[in-house]
Design a protein around this ligand. Structure first.
Ligand SMILES: [Zn+2]
Length: 69
C-alpha cells in the first residue's frame, strides 16, 4: 500500500464531513468530488427533505372493515 497523497504536517487536514476520510486539497473540505457533490445535494434539497413523505399518516382514518362474518 503506497501513500497516494502526501500531506504536509504543517497544514492540519480536516476529515471529510461526509465520510470522515482525510480531505484532499483539491476538494476541500471534502475527500473527493463525490463527497462534495453529496454535500451540495444536501444543500440544494434543503438538508432534510424526505422523498415521498407521508402527509397525514399519523392520523389513522377510521376504517371499519366488515370482518364480522
Ligand atoms: Zn468523503
Amino acid at each position: 500500500m503506497a501513500p497516494e497523497q502526501p500531506e504536509n504536517p504543517a497544514s492540519p487536514a480536516r476529515p471529510c464531513p461526509i465520510c470522515g476520510k482525510p480531505s484532499v486539497q483539491r476538494f476541500k473540505p471534502f475527500c473527493s468530488s463525490r463527497c462534495a457533490d453529496i454535500d451540495l445535494g444536501r444543500w440544494l434539497k434543503g438538508n432534510y427533505v424526505i422523498p415521498g413523505e407521508p402527509l397525514d399518516e399519523t392520523e389513522e382514518a377510521p376504517m371499519r372493515r366488515d370482518e364480522d362474518s
